[in-house]
Design a protein around this ligand. Sequence first.
Ligand SMILES: Cc1ncc(COP(=O)(O)O)c(C=O)c1O
Length: 405
Amino acid sequence: MGHVTSAAAIAADAALREGFPTAEAAAAHGQVELRYAYGADLLPHAGPEGAGTPGMWRYEPLLPLPPGPVAYPLAVGGTPLIAPPALRRALGLPGLWLKDETRGPSGSNKDRATALVLELALRAGAGTVTCASTGNVAASLAIGAAAAGLRAVVFVPAAVAAGKLVPMLAAGAQVVKVRAGYEAAFGLSRQAAAAFGWVDRNTGANPATVEAKKTVAFEIWEQLGRRMPDAVVAPVGDGVTLYALGKGFRELAACGAPGRLPRIVGVQAEGAQPVVRAWRAGGDVRTAAGQSLADGIAVGAPVSGGAALHEIRGSGGACVAVADAALLDAIALLARRAGVLAEPAGAAALAGAARAKAEGLLGDGETVVALVTGTGLKTPQYLPAPGRAVEVQGRLDEVEAALAG
Ligand SMILES: Cc1ncc(COP(=O)(O)O)c(C=O)c1O
């Protein structure tokens, strides 16, 4: 029912103020944080009466969405929470779960934010939507806009991965490649939105992106049997995914969900770790280099870095950096021990979970959820070295011989 209008409109309730950002503090972290009239009535219903609304829209009372039918046509949210036995054994984490966010219409967790922004755009009668992106946001917006019958103009670094550019073009988006890179693309997209009256779907800049992404926390909680995990591990590029995750769990608690809030563990690439550095040094996030084969987290000036850091600190969590080689190992582990195909940024949480376990930041018996945020099908070049395919004419004896060999 959308209790919220703006950050200023509704004060945080007392529970939220204790130990977590007040409206003023949230604003100081560069983020407009939407707040609701929290209470048990906003929690999703357990049992069959709660099963009616599909996917992400199930959490409409905690979304900034006026009542009414959802026009956005693609199915979003409701992604699986996987218990991977072989992976659990391999990592020595018996309580590990994978939240498989590769299952959206474009194969990444960006599809949640796209869906809410486009639903609001459809209700407002908008015509054109825009974003900047290292690849996945633009692919998601292009596909979502195609489904919704809207025009998409997306801004990407000129070096965008081919596997991410193809879906944007296939879906009919107008793609602007920016030679000056992602940060410049971000500024350009925001300027264009303001100048031409387009809907701005830029991550973090549009508060709806946070509101949509927080629904992953609601799903994890429900899928664990309405229980809080001990820790949740998430990749950090611009920081919105992690910030939203933390906000989602805080909102569950503010609505009366029992249990301790999970520790939030952020994961960055060694070549792009401004949030890790700030976490270690104890200060604010400063712009740093942004180099990694994981393009989604190769962000040197994260839009919501301060907000993400605040979630990590406030939850008693941690922030770890992983080498590109560890990302490739994590991709292979996910493919071979869990049957989940991930891109480098999508495998970062798993790499980070292994790292955090080695550093003693995760306990053996803890319930730990790692977010797998993007499919490996867009980046096949990073999937583990393939085994050898055998070729036969068509007889069974050939198959037997080939497999034995
Ligand atoms: C697959 C994937 N994982 C993680 C991230 C990082 O998310 P955020 O920018 O919200 O921190 C991205 C961003 O593009 C991504 O594409």
